[in-house]
Design a protein around this ligand. Structure first.
Ligand SMILES: C[S@@+](CC[C@H](N)C(=O)[O-])C[C@H]1O[C@@H](n2cnc3c(N)ncnc32)[C@H](O)[C@@H]1O
Length: 236
């Protein structure tokens, strides 16, 4: 399967880390309600969320699902730097559709990844979560725009400096199906005003609005609430 994150992997951490600083405290607080059983981080990416998950739940096993080989390079570097996480994080190198999960889950995390799942894949995921989530335990997700096929003009995603160079990313989306857009995200390296390099990644993204997500979760036997921009599902 082509790795749509190959062009993004090198700078993914630099651009995405501020987002994790913003959602980390809320995610930490929500995860304190976890039940017995491993925590699953679906689409863990480079593992930016693992320190938060690990701190919130210091005694839980963590299962990190990540299908992109290029993002897994940063993920394993992070684990090598955090031996206390490496002891209890198991990395499954597949999509969530093919991941074998334990029958009981203490919590589920899926940050900025739902757009990778088709409606049928989402329905299958909600059923699995409803069948395995411990009573009172949270399943935490985020939704990303657009909520329906629509054009999004080129917008900045963030930037960071490392040494003398500056790294930036921006993206745009165009409708590409009944419930889909195609995102084009460009990663650039700048030396002052000189553009040193530019790489663009493209991926299909399934769109979904908040009401639709609530309906899907409800249909599967899960109840959705909101906290600080995070969607939190519990058993009904
Ligand atoms: C925008 S990134 C978010 C990564 C990470 N959750 C974060 O917020 O830093 C989306 C992630 O979903 C992963 N992904 C794509 N398809 C997936 C699938 N079918 N099952 C699980 N993860 C998937 C990608 O490889 C990528 O790591």
């Amino acid at each position: 399967m082509p790795d749509s994150y190959a062009g993004a992997a090198e700078h993914f951490d630099l651009i995405t880390k501020p987002y994790w600083s913003a959602i980390g405290p809320a995610l930490h607080a929500i995860l304190r309600q976890a039940g017995d059983g491993p925590v699953v981080d679906i689409g863990t990416g480079t593992g930016l969320g693992l320190p938060t998950i690990g701190e919130a739940l210091p005694a839980h096993e963590i299962i990190a699902i990540e299908p992109s080989p290029s993002l897994r390079i940063s993920l394993f570097s992070r684990l090598a730097d955090h031996p206390e996480l490496a002891e209890r994080v198991t990395v499954l190198p597949t999509g969530v559709q093919d991941a074998e999960l334990p029958p009981r889950l203490g919590a589920v995390v899926g940050i900025n990844m739902l757009g990778h799942l088709s409606p049928a894949d989402r329905a299958a995921l909600w059923s699995r979560i409803a069948a395995s989530l411990a009573p009172g335990a949270p399943a935490v997700f985020t939704l990303q725009p657009p909520d329906r096929p629509a054009s999004i003009p080129e917008s900045p995603f963030g930037e960071a400096a490392v040494g003398r160079l500056r790294y930036s990313a921006s993206g745009s989306a165009e409708p590409s199906g009944v419930d889909q857009v195609t995102w084009r995200v460009t990663y650039r390296v700048h030396d002052g005003t000189n553009l040193l390099s530019e790489r663009t990644m493209q991926h299909q993204w399934w769109t979904m609005g908040e009401d639709q997500l609530d309906d899907e979760l409800h249909h599967a036997g899960l109840r959705a609430s909101r906290r600080d921009g995070l969607v939190v599902a519990h058993q009904q």
